[in-house]
Unconditional design. Structure first.
Length: 368
């Protein structure tokens, strides 16, 4: 029977955080850490899922695709369900998964799995879905089977990534543009707090609701505004009472500012103004901490420690929040010493070990 192997990467997001589900702009890139899926066709209608890292197995039938009590399996079953809705999978298969994308670090380990599975099924059965269709199927899998109402960014970056390029993605129109990432003298360094963001999915959905509430207020006077992408600070100040709805106001304020900041950051990158770009990363972190309130003491500590460091031009928390990583732009020759100092002070204050990864920008999902 036919067999093939697919890799789909995790992602970083340089700027544009919590803007994708508000139809804003994001600037992700695929990284070298990836989920790898080997798939082999079967002659029956049985689906055998193996998680090699967990040494765990789950078996289901094509005829009864339903949620599992095993979380890891749901990311894969969710994708299978999207194909099944369209009646596309002709026979069962065996699927083996392994991944070196750190879990809970804000690197979209779940999107990497979903995209790898979607790409693998599409290739194995020659189903002819394009990358955009597969991206949307992977996103729906996360909504329906993992219960996280994520925007499109994570799956998009995993599918559409290009080596040494970031993507400016318009989450309203799905138009996108590649920008060469010419860092030359800088490393992209991820510092992993080792805090797993268990809070993130419930709080994530709450933030989404708060943004939607803000839109409802704005629509009373401006009915054509369907998302915060099309709103501005004047509308927000006019229609959302800061005293009566302080949380809704501050969430919307952050998003409106971050959408503007991400567009300006793309111009900085295009024109080679890395320092200006880095300053916007610090501003994003401030907004995520004070307005959107998705940071935590460990993330805030890591950013404040490098804010005035001469060899660090930008840093912020990255991902859903409440743990995970900070992303830092550090001068290559200083990376080792900056990281070493942070590892020691982090251990001293939080009694936790700080992991770090130097990121390489890589291609999106594809056959191995």
């Amino acid at each position: 029977m036919q067999q093939l192997t697919v890799k789909a990467p995790g992602r970083i997001n340089l700027i544009g955080e919590h803007t994708d589900y508000n139809e804003g702009f994001v600037m992700p890139a695929a990284i070298q850490k990836a989920a790898t899926v080997s798939i082999e066709q079967r002659t029956d209608r049985s689906i055998h899922l193996f998680a090699e890292d967990l040494q765990d197995t789950y078996i289901l039938s094509l005829d009864t695709v339903t949620k599992s009590s095993k979380d890891w399996a749901n990311y894969m079953i969710g994708v299978i369900a999207q194909f099944q809705k369209l009646g596309n999978i002709p026979s069962g298969f065996t699927l083996r998964l392994k991944s070196d994308v750190p879990i809970g670090a804000g690197l979209s380990s779940s999107a990497a799995i979903e995209c790898a599975v979607a790409y693998a099924i599409n290739e194995l059965f020659a189903l002819d879905f394009d990358r955009m269709q597969l991206t949307k199927m992977a996103q729906k899998a996360e909504h329906e089977y993992a219960g996280v109402l994520c925007g499109i960014m994570d799956q998009f970056a995993s599918m559409f990534g290009k080596k040494d390029q970031v993507i400016l993605l318009d989450c309203k129109t799905m138009e996108y543009q590649y920008y060469p990432l010419q860092l030359e003298h800088y490393d992209i360094v991820l510092l992993d707090t080792q805090i797993k963001h268990a809070l993130a999915s419930s709080e994530y959905n709450t933030r989404r609701q708060e943004c939607e509430q803000g839109i409802k207020f704005i629509q009373k006077q401006y009915p054509s505004i369907n998302s915060l992408r099309d709103a501005n600070m004047d509308m927000l100040n006019e229609m959302v009472d800061q005293n009566q709805y302080p949380k809704v106001y501050s969430r919307c304020k952050y998003v409106i500012q971050e959408i503007e900041r991400t567009q300006a950051a793309a111009i900085d990158l295009k024109e080679g103004r890395l320092e200006a770009f880095g300053q916007k990363m610090f501003a994003t972190h401030e907004g995520l901490t004070n307005l959107y309130e998705v940071s935590c003491p460990e993330l805030d500590f890591l950013v404040s420690e490098v804010k005035d460091h001469p060899n660090v031009i930008g840093a912020r928390m990255m991902g859903g929040g409440f743990g995970g990583c900070t992303i830092n732009l550090i001068k290559k020759e200083a990376t080792a010493s900056v990281v070493q100092k942070l590892v020691a002070s982090y251990q001293n204050i939080f009694q936790k070990s700080l992991q770090h990864y130097i990121v390489a920008i890589s291609d999106g999902a594809g056959l191995v």
